[in-house]
Design a protein around this ligand. Structure first.
Ligand SMILES: [Fe+2]
Ligand SMILES: [Fe+2]
Length: 183
């Protein structure tokens, strides 16, 4: 399935808005933990599950398709692009570390509060900085490429994966997260 590049960029920017809202939730939970209160661990579990099943599994690979084309079509706009792979890898690793902490707590294991706060801050910081880089620089380079020459992209590998939280139907597994995000 081929999709127009500008439509994909719209999706990617919408993903970022959604991910920013989730990171705000994660901030709130971390703040609660650092002020000595017990955070809502099942909520934290839902947050990290969402990050694994959508941003890690769909958003980043879709971006990789765009960056790959930028690299092959517009080497003149591809400076520093190698760092993206490392960023995506590091974000997945930091996310997995935090998810492990949370799952351990939910399973009844003792996890130092400081470790949880540290891991959450590292994850949020890295992902926010990465999204800012993309919004402020990388996505604009892709826009320039598409302005100069409209292109289609094959994203059929991800087309069947719906966003379980911000899509048309909310997955039951994200009930707490949905409630906590309600204004
Ligand atoms: Fe990215
Ligand atoms: Fe992104």
């Amino acid at each position: 399935m081929q999709l127009d590049g500008t439509a994909i960029m719209q999706e990617l920017r919408e993903d970022h808005r959604n991910m920013a809202a989730i990171l705000d939730q994660l901030d709130d939970v971390t703040w609660l933990a650092s002020s000595g209160k017990d955070p809502d661990f099942p909520l934290l579990g839902e947050i990290m599950r969402y990050m694994t099943v959508y941003p890690d599994a769909v958003h980043h690979p879709k971006e990789d398709v765009m960056y790959e084309r930028l690299r092959s079509e517009r080497p003149d706009l591809s400076e520093g692009l190698d760092d993206v792979c490392e960023d995506h890898r590091a974000i997945a690793e930091l996310g997995a570390r935090l998810r492990d902490d949370v799952e351990a707590v939910i399973a009844g294991a003792a996890v130092r509060r400081e470790k949880l706060i540290e891991d959450a801050s590292a994850y949020v910081g890295r992902l926010r900085a990465h999204m800012q880089w993309e919004e402020g620089d990388l996505f604009k380079r892709i826009d320039s490429m598409l302005d100069a020459e409209p292109m289609n992209f094959d994203v059929s590998r991800y087309a069947h994966v719906r966003d379980p939280l911000f899509g048309t139907q909310v997955d039951d597994n994200f009930e707490r997260l949905t409630t906590s995000m309600r204004p």
